[in-house]
Design a protein around this ligand. Structure first.
Ligand code: FAD
Length: 543
């Protein structure tokens, strides 16, 4: 029997809660026993002093680099992933879910996430998606110049004021975020909603079916601001460019170039300032206090992950932008090894999965097989869900062979994970409660089920309704939205200043208290980084 895409996604997710630890996941990107070549061969000197150093080039790191550059502060960005440039008129650089190869995965031969593709091991490569197999949860992130913006669904969803104020400390004022910081990011990333002509095209039938069910169920919906170039999607639909967004190709990058990723805006402008350099394939392995600044050890790697040279970089100001997983791993390690021994005991705590779930139901129509992307419609079940506010986003699907709709769910975070250094594995490990051990996680499942049953009850004809409701399936064992680990008003202040240290900042998802209030995190992470950088540049950085 052919395994369908829905079975693949939900089947693998269902088993994730029981996931064992993968000793390679989250470790330094190295062939550990390899002999590094001389430092000179990689373009970075063996040792270097810079004023500001940014680790990671995702949403937080890119915003930090941009503001440092615009303020003429000489800055180096160390990013362990490679560059992925889409060049007009040339084949795109990314692999696809139809024809998957090693470009899909960060230094793994087997951790495929969305594919009907090859069953044989893939070539080990510095590919785009990393899967962390942690204790109780699987977490997906991206490694690339531009971090998560290369693989994301381009969704820039702003949380509601009511939800935001339940999650964030009162020191972060929603009205100011709404007035200043959220719009800044939306403008810089040139985000907007799906236009009518694209939504009404045959490739977007699934979205129209979702809108129809939601209207009949009384579920409020919105067209989301997405950092997508819809002109490019239009050209895809006209057959002038490779079908990428419109074919539901999201997770491994977009070959048509439809994503307004960070390398096209924040990072590009940072480099154009003349004060920011980006060093790709540069994996930071440790951080140490050094005089009034910091010393960072970094491995330059080739595209198979082999270390080609080792470097030590010192800086006055260090900005952590390696994402919730990367930043937390590095800080937990530094505390454990005593290289940043004054870090607060709150480092590694208040980690959350953003209240994420995945769910689906059968529709008895071809809706599911024709859901073009990126994700662009959200349902806001905030009024009458008895388990709490639930957000659902219709998920685009490449190669779906089944008549089902798939959704990403997000809720307010109610559960906390924690990180500990594991000497045997020689890495920081994330511990997360399972559905068997946590009422809060059971509640997440019920909340998402409640909203999906509401939608499934609208399936027509009436004879198909029971099968649709019975097919509702929710999975809670994985997230692509890690948040926390160096949280504001705990391990850091609300501007990302790390407690116990001067000149050390967290500006990425690690700063967020467990989730971004029933919304996808990228917009809030970037807007918070805008807020941090405004304050830090004005008050902390000396000429
Ligand atoms: C498939 C997928 C789809 C998603 N879709 C959406 C969406 O539509 N909307 C949304 O809001 N969110 C989405 N997300 C989540 C979003 O990508 C993240 O919330 C966001 O990217 C986090 O930003 P960040 O700055 O915290 O870190 P990231 O963007 O993860 O950036 C961290 C960077 O640091 C680098 N790094 C890590 N460790 C090291 C190290 N030791 N040395 C050097 N560099 C290092 C990484 O390679 C990475 O490039 C999605 C995530 C995935 C995986």
């Amino acid at each position: 029997m052919k395994t369908t895409r829905r079975q693949l996604i939900l089947g693998s997710l269902a088993s994730l809660a029981a996931a064992g630890l993968n000793p390679n996941s989250g470790k330094a990107a190295t062939t550990l026993n390899s002999q590094p070549k001389s430092a000179k061969s990689s373009g970075l000197p063996a040792s270097l002093k810079v004023k500001a150093l940014v680790i990671g080039s995702g949403f937080g790191g890119a915003v930090a680099a941009y503001h440092l550059g615009m303020n003429k502060i000489d800055t180096l960005v160390l990013e362990r992933g490679r560059r992925w440039d889409v060049k007009p008129g040339q084949p795109g650089p990314f692999t696809t879910s139809k024809n998957t190869d090693g470009r899909a995965l960060w230094l793994s031969e087997t951790d495929l996430l969305v594919t009907d593709g090859p069953k044989d091991p893939l070539k080990r490569y510095t590919g785009i998606v990393e899967r962390y197999n942690e204790d109780g949860i699987i977490v997906w992130t991206s490694s690339a110049v531009g971090g998560g913006s290369l693989v994301y669904n381009t969704v820039l969803l702003q949380p509601s004021k009511a939800n935001f104020e339940k999650v964030f400390p009162s020191s972060v004022n929603y009205d100011q975020m709404n007035r200043d910081y959220y719009p800044r990011v939306v403008e810089m990333m040139d985000a907007g909603p799906i236009p009518d002509d694209i939504l009404s095209s045959p490739s977007y039938l699934g979205a129209r079916v979702f809108l129809d069910y939601a209207a009949r169920a009384g579920l409020p919906t919105q067209r989301i601001n997405t950092a997508t170039n819809w002109h490019i999607v239009r050209k895809e639909l006209q057959g002038k460019l490779e079908a990428s967004a419109s074919a539901g190709e999201i997770w491994y990058g977009g070959n048509s170039g439809y994503k307004n990723s960070l390398d096209k805006n924040y990072l590009l402008k940072a480099q154009q300032s003349g004060h920011v350099q980006i060093s790709p394939l540069s994996n930071v392995t440790s951080i140490t206090e050094s005089g009034k600044g910091y010393k960072v050890n970094v491995d330059r790697i080739d595209e198979s992950g082999t270390v080609i040279s080792r470097h030590t970089i010192t800086c006055d100001y260090l900005f952590m932008g390696a994402g919730s997983m990367g930043t937390t791993s590095l800080l937990v390690k530094a505390k454990h090894k005593g290289t940043l021994s004054r870090l607060s005991n709150d480092i590694g705590k208040y980690w959350g999965n953003n209240g994420d779930t995945f769910g689906s139901f059968r529709t008895s129509s071809p809706a599911g097989s024709t859901t073009g992307g990126p994700a662009h419609i959200v349902g806001l079940d905030y009024q009458d869900n008895p388990y709490g506010p639930q957000t659902v986003i219709g998920f685009p699907q490449a190669n779906n062979t089944e008549d089902s709709l798939i959704f990403l769910g997000m809720a307010l975070p109610e559960e906390s994970g924690y990180w500990e250094y594991n000497d045997q594995l020689d890495r920081a490990v994330l511990h997360w409660p399972t559905i068997q051990s946590s009422e809060a996680i059971k509640n997440l499942e019920k909340r998402m089920e409640y909203t999906l049953i509401k939608l499934a009850n609208q399936v027509a004809p009436a004879s198909a309704k029971k099968a649709a409701v019975d097919s509702v399936k929710v999975s809670v064992g994985a997230t692509a939205h890690p948040c926390g680990g160096a949280v504001m008003e705990k391990a850091c202040d609300s501007y990302g200043r790390v407690k116990g240290y001067q000149g050390l900042y967290v500006v990425d998802g690690a700063l967020v208290p467990r989730g971004t209030a029933a919304a996808n995190p990228a917009l809030t992470i970037a807007a918070l980084a805008e807020r941090c950088m405004d304050h830090i540049i004005k008050n902390d950085i000396k000429g």
